[in-house]
Design a protein. Structure first.
Length: 441
């Protein structure tokens, strides 16, 4: 990296870098930038893995947009990247550093010559789905063509995890289709907080599971980043929700969002499939207790509903510990929709509950541009409320992910990248008035 920076230092008249207390001028792109990175062979929990460095500002292609980042969301992609689990992100690219971060709010700083959906100075949010630019040609140029949904492309990627230039920096380069207007009523920090989790929940429930009015949805992690939006989306669609949480406080929080009721999972010890039990699922001594606890959770659902009613849809993202229970609890012909596996990727469950009751397992991965645009409209119109429980300062970015890793965050959280760590601002004009006269170093 040092050789790259040395070469850049002599390049042209462009400024070398914007200081952390400087705003700069839209359209004037420095050579380097401050960023939080993960370095090769430096894996660990967030406080160890995330370090601040000066790196080159990413290049902007003909179809790309360079955004001056004002705030970013806090999400598990960064935790996994830092841990190097289940794979090393350095298996996906050849750099010796990786800038994580999969969502941001900010100001358009530069656009490629083919970009038409935004201009320099626009206030925007950045989504994380980088699509294959040839995918729309379908079978003409792609022998592996499956669907016009760009998520079916073999070459798509999640920015900041599968690509090395994420949002945890002063600048991020994104494809034009990743750019959406920032909801005007939101602060920069709130606008950055919901993007990854909310758009993921939207695709899971509306595109993949196709929830319907009157259905019952069981949401694991109801007070978390995904769960808080799942509850609101179900409410908006006329479906009933029961949240699974780890405390009474979180349960009451979910009720305030519109949940019909909640299950405190700490009252049902033994339903989980642990790492030890995973390889001995059918023979473990705890199997009988697990079945007992799963049945007890099912009865709790009936108590909440006031009738013998099982979930039409189970909203899954925990994986190993919870999946057997999800399959068991889903109604006949029910759907289990899953987007991740924070407790383990390899699953054990009694498959008889699946085939004999004709249940379906649906995979879901983030969201395409149409999903994102439709979901963002609900935010803009005030139909879905942004849940940003805490905003961290720039230097607290590792701590933010440490808190996420230790389950200390309700809903979502954000980190300020903008100069001065000033919260509460909503517009470019406010920023420029505050930092008028600041100049690059």
């Amino acid at each position: 990296m040092s050789a790259i920076l040395k070469n850049i230092a002599t390049a042209g008249s462009r400024p070398q870098i914007y200081g952390l207390q400087e705003y700069g001028e839209p359209g004037v792109v420095p050579a380097t930038m401050h960023a939080w990175v993960i370095e090769k062979n430096r894996f660990g929990e967030p406080l160890q893995a995330l370090v601040e460095r000066v790196v080159p500002v990413p290049e902007v292609g003909d179809n790309d947009v360079l955004v001056r980042v004002m705030a970013v969301g806090v999400n598990y992609n960064t935790v996994w990247a830092g841990l190097g689990q289940p794979i090393s992100v350095f298996n996906l690219h050849e750099r010796d550093y990786h800038v994580p971060g999969s969502d941001a709010s900010g100001i358009v700083w530069q656009v490629g010559k083919n970009v038409r959906n935004c201009k320099v100075g626009d206030e925007v949010i950045v989504t994380c789905f980088r699509q294959c630019m040839e995918h729309g040609n379908g079978g003409l140029n792609n022998p592996n063509f499956v669907s016009f949904d760009p998520m079916s492309s073999q070459n798509h990627a999640i920015m900041g995890y599968e690509t090395p230039d994420g949002t945890y920096a002063q600048f991020v380069s994104a494809q034009a289709q990743q750019i959406l207007p920032k909801p005007k009523h939101l602060t920069w920090e709130d606008a950055a907080s919901y993007i990854l989790t909310y758009f993921t929940a939207y695709r899971m429930l509306l595109t993949q599971a196709e929830i319907k009015p009157g259905e019952l949805v069981l949401v694991w992690g109801g007070a978390g980043g995904l769960g808080t939006y799942a509850i609101q989306l179900c409410r908006e669609m006329g479906a009933d929700v029961i949240a699974v949480v780890s405390s009474e406080e979180k349960g009451r929080f979910c009720m305030d969002l519109g949940a019909l009721g909640y299950i405190n999972r700490t009252e049902f010890k033994g339903y989980e499939v642990t790492d030890v039990e995973f390889n001995h699922y059918e023979t473990t001594a705890n199997n009988a207790r697990r079945n007992q606890m799963m049945k007890a959770m099912g009865k709790r659902i009936w108590e909440i509903c006031g009738e013998k009613r099982s979930p039409d849809v189970v909203f899954e993202h925990a994986g190993r510990e919870t999946f057997a229970t999800s399959v068991f609890l889903a109604a006949r012909f029910g759907r289990i929709v899953i987007c991740g596996a924070t407790t383990g990727y390899e699953l054990s469950f009694d498959v008889r509950h699946l085939w004999m009751h004709q249940k379906r397992i649906l995979g879901s991965h983030y969201a395409n541009f149409l999903d994102c645009r439709q979901a963002n409209t609900l935010i803009t119109r005030g139909k879905v409320r942004v849940i940003n429980s805490r905003t961290y300062a720039y230097h607290e970015l590792p701590q933010a992910h440490h808190d996420l890793y230790n389950n200390k965050i309700i809903g979502n959280a954000s980190v300020l990248i903008m100069p001065g760590d000033v919260s509460g601002m909503k517009t470019r004009q406010e920023i420029e008035e505050r930092f008028r006269g600041s100049r690059p170093q």
